[in-house]
Design a protein around this ligand. Structure first.
Ligand SMILES: Nc1ncnc2c1ncn2[C@@H]1O[C@H](COP(=O)(O)OP(=O)(O)O)[C@@H](O)[C@H]1O
Ligand SMILES: [Mg+2]
Length: 218
């Protein structure tokens, strides 16, 4: 477990800065909400932390390690994509194992670790199914297991409630909160400003200098 620190993190496409000098710290075990309207740079920020989008400026640290230039599989950050991004041709177990294989985990370790992650999200016994054989809520739990299986230092969730119907939202919100408390994981989650009142945040960032990314107060 570790803290997450963004320092002047910036992303520009051409002349347009879509994330402008974001500085914040999520302390060890805290839950931070990146709150803002659609298009304000939440997804881009999470993808920079996970290593899928190279920053144009600034730095990212997990604990004391500067990870700004590391490829995704060398950072201990697990990202749950807004659309889940499951591989349709792979089983649940293969989807969850993917991150471990990218990290060259020992073959003997993969099975038990996948089982452990599926247990954490209450999907024991679903390993042989394909994503199309699951409900939306179950697909999201697979995406969550895929992030957790690497035993991340930092868990990143991109609008985890946005694809769920109203009834599931409350349940998933409580489940994510319980999971975060149970694991003590340092967590950053993006939330659209429209649903700001339904927040699950439990902590605030120390500093947030960007005008477009605001942080939710507990
Ligand atoms: N690959 C890209 N090329 C150009 N512009 C992009 C790219 N990715 C995102 N953007 C732009 O960056 C802005 C922020 O996008 P995003 O991070 O997805 O916002 P949010 O997740 O807060 O809705 C948007 O205006 C979007 O159009
Ligand atoms: Mg987004």
């Amino acid at each position: 477990m570790a803290s997450l620190t963004l320092d002047g993190l910036t992303k520009s496409y051409g002349d347009v800065a879509v994330v402008k000098s974001v500085s914040l710290e999520v302390r060890d075990g805290e839950f931070l909400v990146l709150l803002g309207p659609s298009g304000c740079g939440k997804t881009t920020t999470l993808r920079m932390i996970a290593g899928f989008v190279p920053p144009s400026g600034g730095s990212i640290r997990i604990g004391d390690q500067d990870i700004t230039r590391l490829p995704p599989w060398k950072r201990n950050a697990g990202l749950v994509f807004q659309s889940y991004a499951l591989f349709p041709h792979m089983t649940v177990a293969q989807n969850v194992a993917f991150g471990l294989e990218m990290r060259k985990a020992a073959r003997s370790e993969v099975g038990p670790r996948v089982a452990e992650a599926l247990r954490l999200v209450r999907l024991d016994g679903y390993g042989e199914r394909y994503p199309r054989q699951l409900s939306g809520g179950q697909q999201q739990r697979v995406a969550l297991a895929r992030a957790l299986v690497i035993r991340p230092d930092v868990l990143l969730l991109d609008e985890p409630l946005s694809n769920l119907d109203a009834k599931l939202r409350l349940q998933v919100r409580l489940e994510i909160r319980a999971l975060q408390q149970q694991t003590g994981l340092t967590t950053a989650t993006a939330r659209s400003a429209k649903s700001a009142r339904n927040r699950i945040c439990m902590s605030v960032p120390l500093t947030c200098s960007s005008p477009i990314l605001s942080a939710a107060l507990p």
